[in-house]
Structure formats: structure tokens, C-alpha cells
Design a protein around this ligand. Sequence first.
Ligand code: ASP
Ligand code: MG
Length: 474
Amino acid sequence: MRVMKFGGTSVADAPAVERLIGIVKAARERDQAAAQEAGSGIGPVVVVSALGGATDRLLGIAKAAQAGDVSQATQQLYELLERHAAMAETLTSGSRREALLDAIRGEISGLIGLVRALAVLKDVSPRSKDAMAAAGELMSSRLVAAALEETGVPAAWMDARRAIITDGEHTRALPLTEETNARLAERVQPLIAAGRVPVLGGFVGATSDGITTTLGRGGSDYSAAIVGAGLGASEIEIWTDVDGMLTADPRVVPTPRLVPRLTFEEASELAYFGAKVLHPSTILPAVTHDIPVRIINSRRPESPGTLIARAPADGPRSGLVAIACKRHVTVINITSSRMLMAYGFLRRLFEVFERFRTAVDVVTTSEVSVSVTIDDQSQLDVIVEALSAFAEVTCERDMAIVCLVGENLGSDAGAFGKMLEALDGVPLRMVSQAALRRNVTFVLRQADVAEAMNRLHAAFFETVEAAAEPARSL
Ligand code: ASP
Ligand code: MG
């Protein structure tokens, strides 16, 4: 059984939902024989995001309410109602349409009440924000379930709040695995066994007391992974509006290639560097259960997409998978000729970052100095002050990280030389390669990023050999 997650653009309007229906039907046909053999339901389980842009809208409405602007907030809620209702009219008919419209109106009128209350208080708590944002997925999932049913797919809408149980950290809640898995087994599994197609909203959950929570922006992928892991899915498909992971960000490198397959570890490295295609946390439940995740373009379902899965033990693999970069990084150089190699020094140093809750990304050391990069600069001044108590500190702003990722980079003896050759003349501030050699990281001036990325990409992906080498296979 597979879990199919459709992102905001894949449910943005009626034609998008029609494509979704085609994709779900095709998957059911494909999975029928296997399900029969296994004596299980066909599935899939469908997880959907809010209609593209709806979450931003809802959070904007919460802001308007906080500013006391009830009329603007209400006006925008009516627009959202219109948008959902128009899709319902196109995609469903008869009593199913009436029931769907009632449900959508119910959600919106609940929010109108909420907006009034918030506008009086002029205060939007994270809990209220969640109640507002969750409506996007609650409505889109009802809409998709009804649209599927309309075309004969035995869909069953499922309130995600009754399946995904989380802690109470509003706006970034974490799932409680045991409770969630119990709910999935109790409420979703029987639907699949009965031949139904459960449809639930991503992003949304509830505490065990039933208070609505959300998993954080982009959290629908996470929901899909949680559901897939809990139900022991064979694969999790992330249907989106791009073909998959690319060898580089197309805004930086004009002609990136599609990466057909990568490992979980490679994907996590890339996700950290803002490979927007996938939410980093998505990886986790899938990794622990060894469930492959496929990213596919819902406008081009025939394209194979990118498969993220454990590398098979056998088979040759080329080294580099992709090149990623991150801008707006600050380098902090910490020098202490007396203390550096004394034990306890690094602990003392990193304690400062811990105290100010700032994550360190790249670290390099020499005999007398340590250089680190940070991404979040909000605590920079206090960090520098605290470090200055026991070391000399300098900072360089407007730096960037360029990271070359590939599970097998380490066994490619020529790779590092090739990188340096490609970067000839580009001033490098830090160079780092972990013992595992899954990635090589360069820190350089932000102004040099585009040049560096393009040169590296040309050297590794655009040479005659690279072109002759068919799609990278694991
Ligand atoms: N709708 C939510 C968001 O826009 C969750 C998601 O789409 O993954 O962040
Ligand atoms: Mg998304």
C-alpha cells in the first residue's frame, strides 16, 4: 500500500484535482494485483495540503484579526469560501455537493467566529493560529475526498486530528508516535482493508485532548511520512510541481539535471541546504522504517521523478549527486593561542552557542583557531561577547556555504582535486570534509557563490563524460 501526498499546487484548482484523481486511479490499477496477492486493501492513502496559497491566506487573516481589522479578515474568509465552493461546484454534484458545501461553510463560519474573538483580544496565540491554519487542510481534504467519490473512487474522508496525535507545541507540534500509530491502526487501517481510499489533510494534528495543532510550515510531507511509517507503507509518493531533486538550484545554475535516485542521507544533506522540494523532517519517519520516498511532478506523472531510498549494497555508483548552497551565513573565527588545544576548550566554545540557542553549521580547526559558520545571526552580538571572554573573535558576514553531496564521494579519489581545479581563483574561507566523506563543504564569499556553483556544476555534470554517463544509477 502506498501513501500519496499532494502538495498545494497539486490541489490548487479543479483541473489540478482532476489530475490528482487520474493519478490515484492509475495507482489503484497498478496496485490491484499485488494487493490481491497479499490479501490486503489496494489503497492508496491520500494526504493533501491546503489549496496552494490557502495557508498563507489563513495566517494573513489571523494577522488582520490581531490588528483588529475584522472586516478585512472576514472579507478574505469569504474569498476563501468562494474559492473552495467554486471547486466543489465543478468537481461534485447532487447531495454530495450539498454535504461538501455545508462542511466548507461550517469551517469558514467557525473561523469567522474565531476572527471576531481574536479581534477583540487583539492577540493571536499559537494555539489560535493553528486553529486558523488547520482549516486549509481540513477543507482541501474534504474537497478531494468528495471529488474522488464523485468519479467512483471509494474515498473516505478522515479528520487528521483523529489520526495524528501530537504534543502541545503549537505551530510546530511533534507527533506522538505510539498514540498516532494506535489511531492509524484503529481508524485508517480498517478503511484500507475494506477497500476504501482514506483521504486526510496533512500538516494538521491534535493533542490527545483534541486541541488542534499543526506540524509547522510545509508539514504535509511530514504527515505523509508519519502515516506511511505508521501503516507500514511500501512507498511514500510526494506529488508536487517539480520533476524531483535537481543537481543544483535552477535559480543559480541554469541547466541542472534531475537526480533520479539518492539516499536518505544525501537527501537530508540537501534538505538542510534548502532543497525546497522536500521538508527535512519528512525524511525521519521514512528512514527509520526504510520506506522509499518518491518525488513526482503531478503535471508530468510519466516522468520518473526522484527516488529517495537506501542504497542497494551492490552496484557501482558515481560520486557526486548534487551541489547545494546557502547564503547569508556568518563566519566566526575564534583564536586562542594559549587555550586552544587544551582539553575542555571546544566544550567551552560550543557551550556559548548552546546557551544562545544558535546552531553551528560548518566547523574547521587549526592549531590556534576554530572557525564556525552560523545561519541565524540574531544572537551574534551576545555570542561574540561571550566568546571574547576567553578568545579573540572576528566575524565575516555575507558569506555562503557551497556543499557537494554524494554518498560515494569518499571513494572517488579524484573528486576533491577536480573541485579545487574548478574553483581555481575563487577565494575559499573554509574547507571541510567529514571522515564519512558524504559531502565536501566550502565556505566562500556570497558574491562568489554563483560563479563557484556554475563552475562546479560544469565540471561534474556538464562534461562530455557526464553526458555520456546515462542517468546516475545506484
Ligand atoms: N499547507 C501547509 C503550508 O503551506 C502545509 C503544507 O503544504 O505542507 O505550509
Ligand atoms: Mg509543500
